[in-house]
Design a protein. Structure first.
Length: 195
């Protein structure tokens, strides 16, 4: 599938994207769980965060509400349109329509690069990681929420850790099997990698 085909797929998904509990975080319990998870590992606000593959901007807005300054990047015009619509009147967040594989953001400028369910979809995950790490200021943190889903798509936790460690960074794997993050019981592998 070409990148243009992928953009078409995500444009088509955009209208219903937030319906999934872990996408829109419309359920108060799911939202609170994601907030607690992220606040626990992120540096104190106001951190400068790049949310790559930001979709409809849910995590960007969640973190902006905590006082962080967030730049969201997504290659789907429709996802970015919805994110900007949701961000109306919200300080500290902006969205850029661009490919997360090569985000047009200033290097060495971010305290955190955050990606949720994005690395697995990159044409070259190792190359994408290298570009993402270039965005980090000294001492910056990489947060990757990934998984290997029941349809066999995605990356196993060990694969993501190996990709990160191949860059010379340490990586810590935290499994996320709890239903509260997903709005339902899961049987596949989902996790957070912190580096």
């Amino acid at each position: 599938m070409t990148r243009l085909d992928q953009i078409d797929v995500w444009n088509a998904e955009a209208a219903a994207f937030d319906d999934a509990p872990d996408h829109g975080l419309l359920d108060a319990g799911v939202r609170a769980a994601w907030r607690a998870l992220l606040v626990d590992v992120l540096p104190a606000a106001p951190a400068r965060i790049a949310d790559l593959g930001s979709g409809t901007g849910t995590l960007s807005l969640l973190l902006a509400a905590e006082g962080d300054r967030v730049d969201g990047v997504d290659f789907s015009p429709e996802m970015v349109r919805l994110a900007r619509e949701k961000a109306t009147g919200v300080a500290g967040v902006c969205f850029v329509e661009a490919d997360a594989a090569a985000p047009p953001l200033p290097p060495a400028s971010y305290d955190v690069v955050l990606c949720r369910h994005v690395l697995w979809a990159m044409p070259d995950p190792a190359d994408a990681l290298a570009r993402w790490i270039e965005l980090l200021a000294p001492g910056g943190m990489l947060l990757l929420v990934e998984g290997r889903w029941s349809n066999e798509a995605g990356l196993r936790g060990a694969e993501t850790v190996a990709l990160v460690e191949a860059t010379g960074r340490r990586a810590t794997l935290r499994p996320l099997p709890e239903a509260i993050y997903w709005g339902r019981e899961i049987t596949d592998e989902r996790y957070l990698v912190v580096s």
